[in-house]
Design a protein around this ligand. Structure first.
Ligand code: PGA
Length: 248
């Protein structure tokens, strides 16, 4: 069974609520494509207005983060139930910026993933190596460790529905994209690991995105690779280019 492609925007800390509505309205005619799952992961405060603006379209509104507790004294955090109640289906977990600036670890990423599944949310699980790690030749080892910890206690049924985003840190926001062969190599390595940890059917089902300076110019080549099932797009998700990526 062919995996459906999934193209997700990661707006990061951009767009006020009114700007978010305007951007959804600009992009909605450009991202129409029934063969692709289209997701806009937006700042928490933009979720409800963006959801409203996207009503009746093929756009799914997702979140960029959530906390792993149910509720309570966690000032400033967003709970899974809040996302579900707002109509969210996808949530980015463990983006490298969360790991770098907000002290997220493989362990907190694992807790968030388990909590997301418990609430029926689909996590978009981020992994990726630094430039130093790539130069040291430990890319695959590093990614395997990140994924192994991220999936601790995740069942095969859950894993099959997960989205994994392979995002080399050196390619994020730098304009420096991994070559399609480099991206394919790691995405295949991730799929092989899922087969090892679970089984062939789970590995066949899991969707793996590439992220890191994906744009209208390089998307088609990356998305043509057998183990690249989509993209997680930062900068280019805020522009009409995003429509070109969806249709690439
Ligand atoms: P970029 O960001 O497309 O701007 O490189 C990707 C990401 O951080 O998800």
């Amino acid at each position: 069974m062919a995996r459906k492609k999934i193209i997700a925007g990661n707006w990061k800390m951009n767009m006020t609520p009114s700007e978010a509505v305007a951007l959804v309205n600009t992009l909605k005619p450009l991202v129409v494509n029934d063969d692709v799952d289209v997701v806009f992961c937006v700042p928490a405060i933009d979720i409800i207005p963006a959801m409203e603006a996207a009503k009746g379209t093929n756009i799914n509104i997702g979140a960029e983060n959530m906390y792993f507790e149910e509720k309570g004294a966690f000032t400033g955090e967003i709970s899974p139930a809040m996302l579900v109640d707002a109509g969210v289906k996808y949530v980015i977990i463990g983006h490298s910026e969360r790991r770098e600036y907000f002290a997220e670890t493989d362990e907190t990423v694992n807790k968030k993933i388990l909590k997301a599944f418990e609430h029926g949310l689909t996590p978009i699980i981020c992994c990726g190596e630094s430039l130093k790690q790539r130069e040291q030749g430990i890319t695959i080892d590093w990614i395997r460790q990140q994924i192994k910890i991220a999936f601790l206690n995740v069942t095969a049924e859950q894993a099959a529905t997960a989205v994994i985003a392979y995002e080399p840190i050196w390619a994020i926001g730098t304009g420096k994209t991994a070559t399609s062969d480099q991206a394919q190599e790691v995405c295949k390595g991730i799929r092989d690991l899922i087969a090892e940890m679970y089984d062939a059917a789970t590995a066949e089902a899991v969707r793996i995105q590439y992220g890191g300076s994906m744009n209208a110019g390089n998307a088609a080549e990356l998305l043509a690779k057998p183990d690249i099932d989509g993209g997680l797009i930062g900068g280019a998700s805020l522009k009409p280019d995003f429509g070109q990526i969806v249709n690439a």
